[in-house]
Design a protein around this ligand. Structure first.
Ligand SMILES: *Cc1c(COP(=O)(O)O)cnc(C)c1O
Ligand code: SF4
Length: 356
């Protein structure tokens, strides 16, 4: 390949090998051998858009650490598990996870634009993983049809925006045909990791009868490049309500100033910060997990100082499949006589009476 062609390939091809990471100067030559071992266990992919964001970021680590494999991933502790939030236990058939009565996950594929180093599904996502076959997709949609208590279908994966607009549109059409499905929610990394995919055909695929909410996964403000902002604006302009979900990650965003910048940038993009997840106990991700007390202090630092629109709920998905719960600091204590003590954002205590 001539130099000119190589330059073009670099702009359009995702990095999927450790050797290519070394050529790009993202890892050192000494790290090649151990990182090849990491890549054998967990998929690697970094899109051209993310490579560009890393190159342009004020604090490149905030992005790079999320995607560039690290030797620390070879370390595993006893509490870590292959299926940290117990999805398997709530999966009645391939492609469905039904843990809560009124909503179910529909996972048509296991491919993502990038592979996040802290992902809780890291043992099931990857380019080698099978998408649902047509028969499995039929069965999954049949399950949703047969369970009238399912009011919301959450399209996830993998990343549903990695489907061709034709296949995504076909799934949306079939969900439209199920009367009890009131809302579809789509969880995606694509608007930040591969923003070019958010084009008119992709948006048209989402605009069907059933209202669609889009939850965008983003962890660092520098990921919101010009291209990513354009993609988010296109979704909002199309009338799709937008949420964000972020993971609190050591060395990436465990800093009140970074989180403030992230949540303000999101709100300015018409995206409501929804969840700030404490990292799950996925194998080889210990270097990303902060102490919960540190997470609580960070979230408390934003309360009262930053707009309420910019406050997501800090949540933990209880290991083993017991569901998500808020784990922020508690502001209210109730005494034995039924009266309450409330803490204000500056730490002052106040009494609130019992209702008599
Ligand atoms: C996170 C999750 C949901 C969605 O939960 P919300 O609190 O509604 O965002 C649904 N099902 C499963 C299995 C989940 O892990
Ligand atoms: S995009 Fe989501 S599912 Fe895919 S690797 Fe990242 S966190 Fe995991």
């Amino acid at each position: 390949m001539g130099d000119c062609e190589r330059a073009r390939a670099d702009k359009t091809t995702s990095i999927r090998t450790v050797a290519a990471l070394e050529q790009r100067g993202l890892i050192t030559a000494e790290a090649l051998a151990p990182l090849n071992e990491v890549a054998r266990r967990f998929a690697v992919s970094i899109t051209p858009a993310v490579l560009e964001a890393i190159a342009e970021a004020g604090q490149p680590d905030g992005i790079a650490r999320q995607y560039v494999p690290a030797v620390a991933e070879l370390a595993q502790c006893d509490d870590e598990r292959p299926d940290p939030i117990g999805d398997q236990h709530f999966s009645p058939l391939p492609g469905i996870v039904h843990r809560y009565p009124d909503r179910a996950l529909l996972k048509p594929l296991h491919v993502c634009p990038v592979y996040c180093r802290f992902c809780f599904r890291r043992e099931v996502v990857g380019p080698g993983s099978q998408a649902l076959t047509e028969a499995e997709l039929d069965a999954a949609l049949g399950y949703i049809r047969d369970h009238p208590q399912i009011w919301e279908v959450i399209l996830t994966g993998g990343d549903p925006l990695m489907l061709s607009p034709r296949r995504l549109g076909a799934i949306m059409d079939r969900l439209d045909g199920i009367d009890h499905v009131g809302v579809v929610r789509l969880h995606t990394r694509v608007p930040v990791a591969d923003p070019e995919r958010v084009d008119e055909t992709a948006i048209t695929a989402l605009k069907r009868r059933t209202p669609v909410w889009v939850a965008i996964h983003v962890n660092h403000p520098d990921e919101l490049t010009t291209a990513a902002r354009r993609a988010c604006a296109a979704l909002a302009d199309a009338g799709l309500p937008l949420l964000s979900q972020s993971v609190l990650l050591k060395g990436v965003n465990d800093d009140a100033a970074v989180l403030t910048r992230l949540f303000r940038a999101l709100v300015a993009l018409r995206i409501k910060p929804y969840y700030l997840h404490h990292p799950d106990l996925a194998r080889g991700t210990g270097h990303f997990r902060p102490e919960i007390a540190d997470g609580q202090a960070l979230v408390a630092a934003l309360r009262g100082r930053v707009s309420g629109l910019c406050q997501p709920t800090y949540v933990l998905d209880i290991p083993g499949g017991f569901g998500k719960v808020p784990i922020g600091q508690c502001y209210l204590e109730t005494a034995e006589d039924g009266s309450h003590t409330v803490t204000d954002p500056d730490g002052g205590s106040h009494r609130y009476p019992r209702q008599v």
